[in-house]
Design a protein around this ligand. Structure first.
Ligand SMILES: *Cc1c(COP(=O)(O)O)cnc(C)c1O
Length: 389
């Protein structure tokens, strides 16, 4: 192929000759700023003396698990790279393994019995919620060196883990499982961004539980997600598990200025037209123009993960450094915005749906959801474009 006539044509047309045939320009893309990712990681380290588990579940919150893992694993300059990468499932663990990632992989939720042989073979780190799981891992690991596992303790999340009084009663039995090395103890916070009083009590309960078992028995002790890390202190923890914060979004608005959004969701104006007063815009004609209006059509919709629930919520997009109101309902592939106040809005103009200028948190509020859901909902047809390093 190389050197053939058509190939040469493409090489002159397309700067990146790796792609054959050339890709058409993406209509919607997410710029992923790896420099911002590193800066946020550094910010995590300023809040926490100890090790970091970078939470990379759900495709690194939609940012692309391989690239985010490679970037964090390569962190240096007096900074320790993450001790663990936290994923939700064996499928995600496999993706990290296949990408050649060497950092230890931690499975944040319970595992299915059929997954455990593979987990042991790769020495991924499971968290254990019941005696039954512990015994199964112990039996499967016969004849190998002990598998490091973490105990999950349920201090209030109601999703997994031993209850605090059960774990105390189970410690003797757990320590008899010679094919397991009980290396860590973790718990999770259900409302660190919503209920300070409850969260304070939870920190107390966690610290008391760990201390009554024996803090030094556990190499790793972990409780905090992003909100816990930003706003609370523990006596016992030495590992934190930030997710959202790494991606530059604070679950607590007062800390947002310390972080830099990693993902900017972008599209382009595809049409600009002047439409008359009285004209309906989009499905259901919920918006009827009250005056002649310059309307831009933009190439992104709920098929890209830009939520349909944003329809009719007074949300904005960002064009030519200016907020422009979304008009009518979000459709599958396109949205419309009022650009009457822009001087010269034209097809091809870049549009920021969220990023530095319009935070994904703001979009989430308008869509009556949370930034985690928006980020993880950006669909595969949105090209991820990595910038920075
Ligand atoms: C998702 C998750 C985290 C990260 O939470 P953020 O709020 O995104 O920082 C930490 N721990 C566990 C167990 C999780 O499931």
């Amino acid at each position: 192929m190389l050197g053939s006539h058509t190939e040469l044509l493409y090489i002159t047309d397309v700067p990146d000759s790796q792609h054959y045939p050339p890709e058409s320009p993406p209509r919607a893309w997410a710029e992923i700023n790896l420099t911002h990712l590193r800066q946020n990681y550094r910010t995590v380290a300023t809040y926490h003396q100890g090790d970091i588990m970078a939470v990379l579940k759900a495709g690194a919150y939609g940012h692309g698990i391989e690239k985010i893992a490679q970037t964090l694993e390569g962190i240096e300059n007096n900074m320790a790279p993450p001790a663990f990468l936290g994923v939700a499932s064996v499928i995600e663990a496999r993706r990290l393994h296949q990408a050649g990632i060497h950092t230890r992989i931690y499975l944040l939720g319970p595992t299915f019995p059929s997954e455990r042989e593979e987990i042991i073979a790769h020495r991924w780190t499971p968290c254990i919620s019941t005696m039954g799981e512990a015994i199964h891992f112990n039996d499967l690991n016969t004849g190998n060196k002990p598998l490091p596992v973490h105990l999950a303790v349920d201090t209030g999340m109601g999703r997994g883990g031993f209850l605090p009084h059960h774990i105390l009663a189970s410690m003797d039995e757990l320590s008899e499982l010679v094919n397991l090395e009980i290396e860590g103890i973790g718990s999770h916070l259900p409302s660190a961004d919503e209920d300070a009083a409850f969260t304070q009590e939870q920190f107390q309960l966690y610290d008391n539980t760990v201390e009554s078992i024996g803090t030094d028995l556990f190499r790793y002790r972990h409780l905090s997600n992003s909100a816990g890390l930003l706003a609370y202190q523990s006596r016992t923890t030495n590992l934190c598990r930030p997710g959202l914060m790494l991606y530059g979004i604070s679950p607590l608005p007062e800390y947002q200025k310390k972080l830099k959004p990693v993902m900017t969701l972008k599209s382009r104006v595809s049409l600009v037209r002047t439409l008359p007063s009285g004209m309906g815009i989009s499905y259901g004609r919920e918006t009827i123009l009250e005056k002649d209006t310059q309307v831009a059509t933009i190439g992104i919709g709920y098929g890209d993960g830009f939520p349909r629930s944003l329809s009719m919520q007074n949300a904005n997009v960002w064009i030519q450094k200016t907020r422009c109101p979304i008009l009518g309902r979000v459709t599958m592939d396109q949205i419309m915005a009022d650009v009457s106040h822009l001087d010269n809005c034209k097809p091809g103009d870049e549009v920021e749906l969220f990023g530095n200028n319009i935070l994904v948190s703001e979009i989430a509020t308008h869509a009556n959801t949370i930034p985690w859901e928006i980020l993880t909902g950006i669909t595969p047809r949105v090209t991820r474009k990595y910038i920075g390093h």
